[in-house]
Design a protein around this ligand. Sequence first.
Ligand SMILES: O=C[C@H](O)COP(=O)(O)O
Length: 264
Amino acid sequence: MAQRTPLMAGNWKMNLDHHQATHTLQKLAWTLKDAKHDYAAVEVAVIPPFTDLRSVQTLVDADKLEIVYGAQDLSAHESGAYTGEISPLFLAKLGVTYALVGHSERREYHAESDELINAKVHSAFKAGLVPILCIGELLETRKAGEHVAHTLAQLDAALQGLTAEQVRTLVVAYEPVWAIGTGETATPEDAQEMSAAIRGRLAELYDAETADAVRVLYGGSVKSSNVASIMAKPDVDGALVGGASLDPEEFAKIARFQAHEVGL
Ligand SMILES: O=C[C@H](O)COP(=O)(O)O
């Protein structure tokens, strides 16, 4: 069995300008330093708006922070007449590690199709970025009992044309749309059911070794008070945190879920 390093990724969404980003990141880094956080045991990433990335890079480099960072989206193209788009090459130059792809808010408000999401996943890999592929169902799909089939269909579509070697480095975030920003969390059992189903499908599409290597995160109203029970599930390898990641002390507690479990 592969040893998958847990990943706690804070998606700031459209919050925090570049001044606020610097303060928030500094506070997060200090809090984790005070707690003697072991980044090799739990990786910590922030995913700020594009306009913050240069400031984040400057701070990470200057203070030699072990916190890594990601982009909330990327273009399927490398350059050209695509007004408003952000090239994966520009993100790589900014030291970006991860790129969210197919977040439900991109699917809903920007009508991103499965084909576009697949193209963005390829675009991320080509530039040396690790995609965090977001998949998950709407409430009506869950009520109809079709949540697993729906989510796996999104996974299949996003992975078209990828090699096992690429997929081994991929991060998948399962985010039930009804649990995002609502305070409604899926139960740890719901998160485990879907994470295991995702891993099972990866084994079918590729092989057991690949399925074992992929990190599957849960996202949807994760807080310091519920993260440990979700992380206790064997197929859940971290969290994609929205609202709670805007508070650096709360996000540090989430990253320190193991310490809280044992009361440290
Ligand atoms: O990307 C993060 C997710 O959409 C979860 O957001 P939330 O933690 O505010 O529910």
